[in-house]
Design a protein around this ligand. Structure first.
Ligand code: PLP
Length: 339
């Protein structure tokens, strides 16, 4: 099977498995796991933040960022199709007790004017706006890159309003590699950032949350409250260190594969490309084939290729480490047969 459902499907590399086997570990709830401590120091240094925390997942990292920077009854600004709003089971309301103020973006970018407009003024009727969340790359827009200009403009107005900015950077390194910038060029425009080690970076489990010391301290307590205080989790951190030090630059290969897939799909009758992929995600509208998503995906599966439904008439393909260029060529011919 050529599995293009998600970059979460990557298998840990041989080097990761060796690092996991050989990792020195301790009780991380006691702060005594040397591998976790090393990963957290590395993540803080790479993001240019005071501290970092190893967390179980991207969702947990995002939720800890919300829990640590808001109070119940607050309002947070989120993009209309952002993961935090769309895909986290309503956790911001269920856990942090905050309500979302939704701003519709364009390819994941909220206009600074719309964000400014969404910030509540001081009025006894209003909730307090306590956090602005950005997502980069933006998943539902097909892994699109939120530009540094956009981030900088939103960060400036957030600083002026005294409101922290969180980046859901599940795939921030994809933006870094595709735009030829440094990680810190992006993270300078936020107070906290979450980055997944488990997607294109290949680790089996985990994300990092980085930010100011006091935010990370609060997040550490919230992580414990939520049952995310793990013991000898250095086995996972050992792999995470390889993700951060050895798996970043190769993301460019995933982007090339997505681009190749998009080029071929663009030429196919009946398929409409919804995005020129900036990174590793290709979203395609299949309505003109007159097939339902289920029919299309089922036929594709019989050809040995997996993808996912991404809303009515839309299919998502995601490239990653475990699909080769040859696999992409095969997938292109399979898609052609299906339509
Ligand atoms: C995958 C993803 C997450 C959540 O990560 P999990 O580890 O699956 O919880 C958060 N934000 C974005 C943009 C994602 O793509």
């Amino acid at each position: 099977m050529i599995d293009l459902r998600s970059d979460t499907l990557t298998q840990p590399t041989k080097k990761m498995r060796e690092a996991i086997y050989n990792a020195s570990v301790g009780d991380d709830v006691y702060g005594e796991d040397p591998s976790i401590n090393r990963l957290e120091e590395l993540a803080a240094e790479m993001t240019g933040k005071e501290a970092a925390l190893f967390v179980t997942s991207g969702t947990q990292g995002n939720q800890l960022a919300v829990l640590s920077q808001t109070a119940p009854g607050d309002e947070i600004i989120v993009e209309a199709e952002s993961h935090i709003f769309f895909y986290e089971g309503g956790a911001i309301s269920a856990l942090a007790g905050v309500q979302p103020r939704v701003v519709q973006g364009l390819k994941g970018e909220m206009s600074p004017a719309a964000v400014k407009n969404a910030i509540r003024s001081d009025d006894i009727h209003f909730p307090d706006t306590s956090l602005i969340c950005l997502e980069n790359t933006h998943n539902r827009s097909g892994g699109s890159i939120v530009s540094l200009e956009n981030m900088s403009a939103i960060y400036d107005l957030a600083v002026n309003a005294g409101i922290p900015v969180h980046i859901d950077g599940a795939r921030l390194f994809n933006a870094v590699v595709a735009s030829n910038h440094n990680l810190k060029d992006f993270t300078q425009y936020c107070d906290s950032v979450q980055i997944c080690l488990s997607k294109g970076l290949g680790s089996p489990v985990g994300s990092i949350l980085a930010g100011k010391k006091e935010v990370i301290q609060k997040a550490r307590k919230w992580r414990k409250r939520l049952g995310g205080g793990m013991r000898q989790a250095g086995f996972l951190a050992a792999s995470g260190i390889i993700s951060l030090t050895e798996m970043v630059n190769r993301l460019a290969e995933d982007h090339e594969k997505a681009s190749k897939l998009a080029d071929a799909i663009e030429e196919m009758n009946g398929l409409t490309l919804l995005n020129r992929p900036d990174t590793n995600i290709v979203i395609v509208n299949i309505e003109k084939t007159l097939q339902t998503n289920a029919e299309f995906l089922d036929k594709l599966k019989k050809e040995g290729v997996l993808a996912v439904s991404f809303g009515e008439g839309q299919i998502r393909f995601t490239t990653h480490y475990d699909v080769s260029e040859k696999d992409i060529e095969y997938a292109i011919s399979a898609i052609q047969r299906v339509i």
